[in-house]
Design a protein around this ligand. Structure first.
Ligand code: NDP
Ligand code: 5RP
Length: 465
């Protein structure tokens, strides 16, 4: 019986597309899913590609060439169960790859448990949604490098390519891959929040119609903020609603769901004491959006302006574009700084230039800016923050006036722009040689005798206030 090169468990949105991508690149691949319909659907593809779907784990395992290479693409909550079913059927040196969005702490625990039993384990982040999985995602592998080399060719063929370079590279030990994917998603939350604030101000502050907004986003997608998320926003805004007429966007409930990766980013950033306020505010805004009933009630009690922006539309739109550039750059800067801090503390050895390189294509946060980030980290791998790069700092310095002005006008007119406010607040705090934390030290000592440090003196002090 023919043995297959690669096995995939979970033939849903990502798994089905990824297995076809692998097969299209000349590898034979075997798929398994609990859902028989998904297995049948895969078998319908077998005329075109060397793929096959099977209904039992036993057939799946016996059909794979040794050492087996098995990737899981199942929801985070069922990974342990899927592993418990799988492990008893495997043999020493078989490789298990978790390709889903797993929490980095879970990946570390699983890597230890699984390698202790003689198997190999990789935690690999994959980004790009259904289309990326099918045509070329960005892939973020972490774990033992020797194990990665077993699937390096398969992954390199499947990944997106930018300027001839594959958007995949081994990122570091342990949870490095899943940590990078988690931060990717945190940045994704931040940029989505900023774009939604722009949309809100355009719609309610400038009274713009959907096709007009779509046109602006399309135009922006040719410039400094060119990115996948800006591109799809242009598409979304012009989509008509087949059910009730008008535009689909106007029929969608203003209450966003989440699977949790943005929240994990904020939680772990807190653990590492890495400031990521744009991401935090994006996570909070998703929570606030879900308070629909409460918000409707508050709308009748809490009064404020919901007014027009009093500036010429073209001038204000130009400010919005610069604000989006500024906010996006700050969001990336926060994400990269979190990666730097966590990588150092955990000893993961993540190269930030490699991260920027593999995020340039295939993934949800791909954008024109990533080329500059890659160059910044290539010229100085020790860069503490992207804002220290000469070119990037000059750009934010130049754009900040327009961002401030945009925020002032949006706030005066009563439109919520917490993502942008967080980006400027972070920028102003980060560039402050003196923050007001001296007062916080004094207050802590006043109420709790926590002591304080003095400027230019060693040691700690306490005052009987
Ligand atoms: N969708 C996306 O855009 C992206 C998703 N991801 C991540 O990829 C992973 C997979 O996501 P996605 O493809 O969207 O999920 P789906 O829910 O679409 O697919 C998961 C599939 O796995 C099956 N499954 C669940 N448990 C088992 C098991 N023990 N054995 C075999 N099959 C099982 C499910 O079957 P059933 O439905 O019957 O339970 C389902 O068909 C997740 O971690 C997700 O966060 C990452 C990037 C993008
Ligand atoms: O990983 C992804 C994209 O990169 C997934 O689409 C993820 O599910 C998005 O996160 P959330 O559901 O929390 O919005």
């Amino acid at each position: 019986m023919e043995k297959y090169d690669f096995g995939l468990i979970g033939l849903g949105v990502m798994g089905r597309n990824f297995i076809l991508n692998i097969a299209e690149n000349g590898h034979t691949a075997l798929g398994y899913d609990l859902d028989e319909e998904k297995v049948d659907a895969l078998n319908k593809e077998s005329k075109e590609f060397k793929v096959k779907g099977v209904n039992t784990l036993k057939d799946f395992i016996s059909g794979l060439a040794k050492p087996r290479k098995v990737m899981l693409l199942v929801p985070a909550g069922v990974v342990d169960k899927a592993l418990a079913d799988l492990l008893p059927l495997l043999e020493k040196d078989d490789l298990i790859i978790d390709g889903g969005n797993s929490h980095p702490n879970d990946t570390e625990r699983r890597e230890k448990e699984i390698t202790d039993q003689g198997f190999r384990y990789l935690g690999v982040g994959i980004s790009g949604g259904a289309e990326g999985a099918r045509r070329g995602p960005s892939m973020m592998p972490g774990g033992d490098e020797e194990s990665y080399n077993l699937v390096k060719d398969i992954f390199t063929g499947a990944a997106a390519h930018v300027k001839g370079e594959a958007c995949v590279t081994w990122l570091g030990k342990g949870s490095a891959g899943h940590f990078v994917k988690m931060v990717h998603n945190g940045i994704e939350y931040g940029i989505m929040q900023l774009i939604s604030e722009v949309y809100d101000v355009m719609k309610h502050g400038l009274s713009m119609e959907n096709p007009e907004m779509s046109g602006i986003f399309s135009e922006w997608n040719q410039g400094a903020v060119a990115s996948f998320l800006v591109e799809i926003t242009a598409d979304i805004l012009e989509k008509e609603d087949k059910k009730e007429g008008g535009f689909l966007i106007d029929h969608i409930l203003d209450s966003a769901k989440q699977k949790g990766t943005g929240k994990w980013t904020s939680q772990l950033a807190m653990d590492f004491q890495a400031p990521v306020p744009v991401i935090d505010s994006a996570v909070s805004m998703r929570h606030l959006s879900a308070f629909k009933t409460e918000r409707l009630e508050a709308d009748s009690i809490l009064k404020g302006p919901v007014g027009r922006i009093d500036e010429d539309q073209a001038t204000f739109i130009n400010k919005l574009e610069d604000a989006l550039f500024f906010g996006m750059l700050i969001t990336y800067a926060q994400g990269f700084e979190l990666l730097r801090i966590a990588s150092e503390e955990k000893g993961l050895g993540i190269s930030l230039s490699k991260v920027a390189r593999i995020w340039r294509g295939g993934c949800i946060i791909r954008s024109a800016m990533l080329d500059d980030f890659m160059k910044a980290y290539e010229s100085d791998p020790q860069l503490p923050n992207l804002l220290f790069d000469t070119k990037l700092s000059a750009t934010v310095n130049e754009k900040q006036d327009k961002v401030r002005d945009m925020i002032i006008q949006a706030v005066k007119a009563g439109h919520p722009v917490p993502g942008f406010m967080s980006s400027v607040g972070y920028f102003d705090a980060y560039r402050s040689g003196h923050l007001a934390a001296n007062l916080i030290q004094a207050q802590r000592d006043y109420f709790g005798s926590h002591t304080y440090e003095r400027e230019g003196e060693e040691g700690v002090f306490h005052t009987d206030w």
